[in-house]
Design a protein around this ligand. Structure first.
Ligand SMILES: NC(=O)c1ccc[n+]([C@@H]2O[C@H](COP(=O)([O-])OP(=O)(O)OC[C@H]3O[C@@H](n4cnc5c(N)ncnc54)[C@H](OP(=O)(O)O)[C@@H]3O)[C@@H](O)[C@H]2O)c1
Length: 329
């Protein structure tokens, strides 16, 4: 029997919500149902573009609409906690943009609330669900590159420099670690299947006080090191390399949105392509719907424990680089 159409609600129809709306158009049994914005005209324009039925100028009203099956939160990091808490309290499943919250204390509270309310919660770390990563997992599981020894990645984009925009704005929990660094951290965690036992980090804090360039070495108990940097000030290679004792895997740029990977062992080189069906967001949306329909509270592909461990690590990195947000003091 065909599934009933899954009704999505969107909070904060800004830049990234466009990707979400576009990806929904590629999923047969899902649709944009409702959108809420502090600016009703913005909600209306978004609903028109992606065929939404309802618009609200209040997040509460959307969350309390019984026709909404799940909510996608697309506001800047600072607001994720309050928005997700609002949804979970009302019993609405949540797919929330990365990073799930600003710090681990907030993440822990949301996870506890989701469990207490028996409601699904997932950080929208879309990279985890891209088809090319299934191929990479196969190569890793088959051990074709031997034991993994070193991971090297960059996530650097020269972003617009408006000081009130979310990237540089400390009041919106700006900075490159939470925005971009979360990807190399999450991919390292996925490759290694464990958490690092130590790390060293350095950063350049710009004039608004947030990190515009952060470089980190994560060290694992088996001697593996994951070396990554994230920055807002230069366009980087944005690849992810996994070096093993007998070869390497190259996840092509942009690794967080990858559709191609190359395996190199001895003189053999194989490149595999897994083109995205739409823009890549469709896979995380489908995973969230699959879990919600199955009555799961979390996704095995991006479980609560992974999100929490990553937030704890980013808290510690922020302590080391001296970055505390004004609203945390
Ligand atoms: N997965 C990805 O590839 C990806 C890429 C980029 C960003 N993101 C994540 O998506 C989230 C949103 O990023 P974005 O660039 O889309 O944000 P954005 O366009 O700046 O803002 C999105 C919405 O958030 C609200 N908002 C923005 N600034 C605000 C402020 N100063 N005060 C109160 N509300 C504000 C607005 O909601 P209203 O319309 O209700 O006013 C706006 O429509 C971030 O957490 C980011 O990490 C993910």
């Amino acid at each position: 029997m065909a599934n009933k159409k899954f009704n999505w609600g969107v909070l904060g129809p800004g830049r990234i919500a466009q990707q979400f709306g576009d990806a929904l158009l590629a999923i047969d049994d899902a649709a944009l149902y409702a959108v809420a914005s502090s600016n009703l005209e913005r909600a209306k324009a978004f609903a028109q573009q992606y065929h939404g039925e309802k618009t609200y100028d209040s997040y509460e009203a959307l969350v309390n609409d019984p026709q909404v099956d799940a909510v996608y939160i697309a506001r800047p990091h600072r607001f994720h906690f309050d928005n997700a808490r609002l949804c979970l309290t009302a019993g609405k499943p949540v797919l929330c943009e990365k990073p799930l919250t600003v710090n681990a204390v907030e993440t822990k509270q949301l996870i506890d609330l989701a469990r207490a309310k028996n409601v699904f919660l997932m950080e929208a770390l879309w990279t985890r669900h891209l088809p090319i990563y299934l191929q990479i997992r196969e190569w890793l599981d088959e051990g074709v590159i031997g034991d993994v020894k070193l991971l090297v990645s960059t996530f650097g984009i020269n972003v617009p420099k408006g000081e009130t925009d979310r990237w540089l704005n400390p009041e919106l929990a700006g900075g490159t670690l939470l925005d971009m660094g979360v990807y190399p951290i999450a991919v390292s965690q996925w490759v290694m299947g464990r958490e690092p036992h130590s790390f060293s980090a350095q950063a350049y804090l710009g004039k608004t006080g947030v990190d515009e360039l952060t470089a980190v070495n994560l060290k694992y108990d088996n001697g593996v090191i994951s070396q990554f940097s994230s920055n807002f000030i230069s366009d980087n290679a944005n690849e992810f390399l996994i070096y093993g004792a007998q070869g390497r895997i190259h996840i092509h740029a942009n690794f967080w949105a990858a559709s191609r990977a190359t395996l190199m062992t001895g003189d053999r080189e194989v490149t595999v392509s897994k083109p995205l069906r739409r823009n890549g967001f469709e896979y995380e949306i489908e995973e969230a719907m699959r879990c919600i329909r199955a009555g799961l509270l979390e996704s095995p592909a991006m479980p609560h424990a992974h999100t929490l461990a990553n937030m704890e690590l980013m808290d510690k990195i922020r302590t080391q680089i001296g970055l505390k947000y004004p609203f945390e003091k």
